[in-house]
Design a protein around this ligand. Structure first.
Ligand code: NZQ
Ligand code: ZN
Length: 386
């Protein structure tokens, strides 16, 4: 087993009714709050009214920064950071999914940053200080509620960068807030959760029984609970298991003790969403089975056979056949969850394949992936997705 350091400073308040703690949590940081949210789902669900009432009753001054887009933009980060400076904000409160939380991480750091905020995203090691971030999670997907990353897009340069922007101080994770997540986002979010796990499960050295087991169990939990959540959107247990899986996904724990490599499918997907502004989880679902087929070889077949056996409960006397069955099972699962499974269906053709592949290798560090990928490999994987 490899050495690892566990250092996650985020307090997670998980479960039904945890919003009761919101004002006492915020009081740790101050009375001036920047409230950030997305395109309006929290207004439709009533969560906005509930949060505002709590803030007003608690005597907080609230400045709002709404309208954060999925695949959040650097321009919104700039706007939010400016609001923090102008209003001497003490704490940022993000209410929403990964996009709102990611954007808010960048706002928290941007509030103290001197200079161009896109440079800050590109060079997070230059961040010296940040406002505290409290979030109320409304979508099980990214794991942003319990990790250091924020993914920010620059629409002008068609770049989408995952950057170490900072951990939330406190995350309120109440699965009931995900009852209203539509089926397509529930499925895409679950594909994202599974991808975070698979990116570490398929790694160069398989030397941590603890992590292997954790990964397999998280995958099995999503495979069990996504169909339930799609059929019964208000099934608390299904939503709670998906949310817990989301929270663990990106925090590092499922990979502790392993020899980790760059994340192949995330490297490729971030280019698809940088160029076409697609839903992250949909891009991952389309790419993953094709990536698996592309890298299946004598070197990797054992791992894929284990994936088929331990995650999908499949058997075959031939290892290659078993490996292929596991990949097919993953493809079928995504398809049955209602995810469009070709790039063509989501309006992507070969026009930018070369450029996206080049950027994926560069920004995604794909030469250091589980199976190193060249630009030509990535183009071939994109072509298989058409
Ligand atoms: O914007 P609103 O109106 O809130 O609607 C959102 C949005 O349209 C809606 N939604 C969220 N909660 C809802 C809801 N609708 C009804 N009821 C609710 N309770 O869902 C849509 C998608 O929201 P978004 O926040 O964009 O989704 P997600 O959480 O999947 O975040 C995606 C972003 O996170 C990045 C992705 O690249 C993408 O930019 N990632 C962040 C990571 C991280 N921080 O560690 C890692 C991931 O790999 C990922 O790259
Ligand atoms: Zn992801």
């Amino acid at each position: 087993m490899q050495n690892f350091i566990h250092n996650i400073p985020t307090q997670v308040l998980f479960g039904k009714g945890q919003i009761e703690n919101l004002t006492s949590v915020l009081d740790r940081f101050g009375k001036k709050v920047l409230l950030t949210y997305g395109g309006g789902s929290i207004k439709k669900t009533g969560l906005y009214d509930d949060v505002m009432k709590r803030l007003n009753d608690g005597g907080f001054t609230v400045v709002e920064c709404g309208g954060i887009d999925p695949n959040p933009r650097i321009t919104t980060v700039e706007k939010g950071a400016q609001l923090c400076k102008e209003n001497e904000i003490d704490v940022v409160l993000a209410v929403g999914g990964g996009s709102t939380i990611d954007c808010s991480k960048a706002i928290c750091a941007g509030a103290y940053y001197e200079g161009d905020l896109w440079q800050m995203v590109l060079h997070p090691e230059t961040i010296k200080k940040a406002l505290p971030l409290v979030d109320v999670l409304t979508l099980a997907a990214t794991g942003s509620e319990f990790d250091i990353f924020g993914v920010i897009s620059n629409m002008e340069t068609k770049e989408k960068i995952g950057s170490k922007l900072g951990f939330p101080a406190v995350s309120i994770c109440d699965p009931t807030y995900t009852f209203t997540v539509p089926a397509n986002q529930t499925a895409a979010g679950s594909a994202d959760i599974m991808s975070h796990i698979m990116e570490v499960y398929f790694s160069q050295r398989e030397n941590s029984d603890m992590s292997e087991g954790m990964c397999e169990n998280i995958l099995k939990s999503v495979i069990k609970n996504l169909p339930i959540a799609l059929k019964e959107p208000e099934n608390y247990n299904a939503r709670a298991n998906l949310m817990y899986a989301s929270t663990l996904g990106c925090c590092g724990m499922p990979g502790y003790g392993k020899d980790l490599s760059s994340w192949s499918c995330h490297g490729m997907e971030h280019e698809l969403s940088a160029f076409y502004d697609i839903t992250h989880g949909v891009g991952l679902a389309i790419l993953t089975p094709r990536w698996m087929e592309h890298i299946l070889s004598d070197k990797t077949v054992g791992r894929f056979a284990r994936f088929a056996r331990n995650v999908w409960g499949l058997e075959d006397s031939d290892e290659y056949e078993l490996a292929k069955k596991g990949i097919q099972a993953l493809y079928d699962f995504f398809k049955e969850s209602g995810i469009p499974m070709t790039l063509t269906e989501i309006g992507i053709d070969e026009e930018y394949f070369e450029k996206m592949a080049e950027d994926a290798v560069k920004y995604g560090g794909l030469e250091d992936a589980y199976v190193p990928l060249t630009k030509e490999d990535v183009v071939a994987i994109f072509e298989a997705c058409l």
